[in-house]
Design a protein around this ligand. Structure first.
Ligand code: 4AD
Ligand code: MG
Length: 457
């Protein structure tokens, strides 16, 4: 007999009156006085549960079925029928139920049926995907990844895996994790040399610079992987380990990548609305009534686009004192994005001192060709720029940023041999997921969140 998923039932892939087998876990069980149990089963394939009707004449009814509690793993065989209840289209008339694992001490099961706070569930990150909310988040996360891949395939970007252990600091800030050598190196006869190499190695903060090397040969490339930041910012938006999609395109200027980044946001939102409709519907009903509005905001490209200098003028007009050259504080950013515009906002052309060395100097020699995209409630989701392709200007930037240009010899090579204008950006995957679902805390968008304070996994 073929196994089916609950999703296949609700997406009408199975004929009615057919005998089917489903593997899953028990969400809840209700026993009627007339000797029938109603068991709701989930299997992670969709937000729906399947109601199974178990009658007392089943062989293991009295010694097993009646004792089942939330969380037990089972398989069920039965006949699929239309349900008489309004809330549920189908149900299963049970013929056989096999128990794999019971829940020991059901009263102590951390993921009981009652509603739990996000904070509580964070303590049980290994069990929280069993809740309806986190299983929905997991499926939408997967849908977001598929949407991104589908977009990149359509736009003909090529995948390049970039290093995770690296010797360069792309963003130039002091927020890298050191990679320490193992005992193996201690015992090696090349001890000193090898040890030294790894002492100077770090977990990457971004794959951008190495990605630029492949862009300079393949034109349009991307990398998607974990990046690591040892920032001591214990906020609702920062993780020490997060996933970033980075895109790099030769012969693209700033306006080209702004358009590309808007298009990817639009594309993935449409993709999720279409492909994850049941989860979106579930989340809209039970968690965030604005979820479809927020997705539509990205689809309709309702973006405000301003230069940094205009934001400074605007902030001052609104009574928020700030001078040109100052970074926009979190408090001011929240005010302008969440309260004032209440829409996605793109800020372009920041002063060069506020941005990384690789960004292209504008003609004014004061600002760089940068862009950041901010989304309501979660803040900066995309950061990108046109890259400095002129060797003499880049060399000056190394000086200004106190960087040793010798270490970037291969990066400089790209400017020596067939350089051209090019641009790219990075999307914080968990931040985008926060926006899409309406999560307030990034720790709920990452399956195993890590911050400098604490992590268990
Ligand atoms: O703005 P960032 O630092 O840009 C770069 O790393 C560039 N090299 C990207 C590129 O042009 N290829 O980071 C990109 C995005 C941010 O906009 C934000 O969404 C996310 O990564 N991000 C974080 N997400 C979670 N936790 C953190 N600590 C993050 N820091 C940045
Ligand atoms: Mg940034």
């Amino acid at each position: 007999m073929k196994n089916f998923s609950i999703k296949e039932i609700f997406y009408n892939k199975i004929k009615i009156e057919k005998e089917i087998k489903i593997y899953g876990w028990i969400r809840s069980k209700r026993d009627s006085k007339s000797g029938i149990s109603f068991i709701d089963i989930f299997d992670g394939s969709c937000s729906n549960t399947l109601q199974v009707i178990a009658k007392s004449n089943l062989k293991n009814y009295k010694n097993e079925i009646i004792k089942l509690t939330s969380g037990c793993s089972v398989y069920v065989i039965g006949i699929l029928i239309y349900s008489r209840r309004k809330e549920q289209k189908y149900e299963l008339l049970l013929k056989k139920l096999k128990v794999f694992g019971i829940v020991n001490n059901p009263e102590k099961y951390p993921i009981s049926l009652k509603k739990h706070t996000f904070e509580y569930l964070r303590k049980f990150a290994h069990l929280r995907p069993r809740t309806k909310l986190f299983s929905s988040i997991s499926r939408i996360r997967n849908s977001l990844l598929n949407g991104i891949n589908s977009f990149l395939k359509k736009e003909k970007f090529l995948w390049v895996p970039t290093p995770i252990i690296t010797r360069i600091n792309t963003e130039g800030s002091g927020s890298m994790f050191n990679v320490s050598p193992y005992d193996f190196y201690q015992k090696s006869k090349f001890l000193n040399k090898r040890k030294k190499i790894f002492e100077d190695s770090f977990l990457t903060v971004s794959g951008q610079l190495t990605l630029e090397t492949y862009a300079s040969a393949l034109s349009k490339v991307y990398t998607f992987g974990p990046v690591f930041r040892a920032e001591d910012s214990n906020t609702k938006r920062h993780l020490s380990e997060f996933w970033m999609l980075e895109i790099e395109a030769y012969f693209f200027d700033l306006e080209n990548i702004i358009l590309l980044s808007k298009n990817i946001l639009k594309y993935v939102s449409e993709y999720i609305l279409k492909r994850s409709f049941y989860d979106i519907e579930f989340l809209e009903k039970n968690f965030n009534k604005n979820i479809i509005i927020n997705l539509n905001n990205l689809i309709e490209l309702n973006f405000v686009e301003l230069e940094y200098k205009d934001i400074i003028v605007l902030l001052n007009k609104l009574g928020k004192k700030i001078s040109f050259g100052e970074d926009i504080s979190l408090e001011k950013e929240k005010y302008i994005v969440n309260k004032y515009f209440r829409k996605p906002l793109i800020i372009k052309n920041f002063p060069k001192e506020l941005k990384a060395f690789y960004m292209r100097n504008n003609l004014d020699n004061i600002t760089v060709s940068s862009m950041d995209i901010f989304l309501p409630n979660i803040g900066e989701v995309i950061g990108g720029s046109q890259r400095e392709e002129r060797l003499n200007v880049l060399d000056n930037k190394f000086k200004e940023f106190n960087l040793n240009k010798k270490q970037y010899w291969w990066y400089r090579d790209l400017r020596k041999y067939g350089t051209s204008f090019h641009s790219g950006f990075g999307i914080g995957f968990e931040r985008l997921l926060c926006y899409i679902i309406g999560l307030e805390n990034i720790r709920d968008a990452s399956p195993f969140p890590k911050t400098l304070n604490k992590f268990n996994y």
